[in-house]
Write a protein that binds this ligand. Sequence first.
Ligand code: NDP
Ligand code: 8X3
Length: 250
Amino acid sequence: MIAFITGATSGFGKATAELFAKNGYNVVITGRRKERLMELSAYLKSTYKVEVLYLNFDIRHLKEVEAAVNSLTPEWKKINVLVNNAGLAVGLNPIQEGVIDDWERMIDTNIKGLLYITRNLAPIMIDNGYGHIINIGSIAGKEVYANGNVYCATKHAVDALSKGMRIDLLQHNIKVTAIHPGMVETEFSIVRFKGDEERAKNVYKGVKPLSADDIAETIYWVASRPEHVNINDIIIMPTAQANPTNTLRK
Ligand code: NDP
Ligand code: 8X3
């Protein structure tokens, strides 16, 4: 069994790669930070005795995505599960003060990057006659909060694309699931606040957020349902969070 996980250098992606490896999957791990991919690859191989392929590329660049997918050998093309996880929020500004470069990074990564990967891997799954695409959306793809504007729009796009993919891939025996987490403590807020670790920590102050392992377990659970069962859509939140703006802080 093979799982192809984008954005495996940190957060959900890294935890998911480990959980699939622990369960005997060979894994393809991707991301821009090569050192981290190399470290994770060595760790997974030695700890779980599975095969690991790391592909170091920027998901925003179509040519890099194509080259990475074209480098897969026939054995590595037998992908059972694709986790479209790579993504980010950058900035938290009202629309009238939005930073165009931040918007482009989010749109290029969360929407176009996810599309580039899917466009290149779905035909391989179709040829194989099986596959499961698990898209990581967000509660920001179900609701909108102040200053979340463009990030929320990109995750609403992931929600819509997941529904569209499910229809288009139905005839090809390919499952499509979308998972929409609330607050999870990873490097997400550090990236959103451009390295301001203090501001990032404040996001989780007084709250017990979800962990990357909570999301990995959800992804693995979804992927391990019987052949005839598909989980279409999941919203998963910390107990202390009702929606993006109502959080119980102690
Ligand atoms: P992290 O910042 O910890 O991880 C993000 C991952 O995405 C990294 O591995 C990063 O790798 C990769 N990535 C980002 N940009 C690119 C790119 N251009 N090319 C390739 N890989 C890229 O965040 P999370 O684990 O929290 O986030 C994972 C997903 O979950 C994202 O889609 C995020 O929007 C979503 N999400 C997060 C929530 C949270 O509260 N944490 C809640 C809901 C959804 P590298 O930098 O090495 O390229
Ligand atoms: C991350 C969760 O609420 O910060 O997608 O948008 S939120």
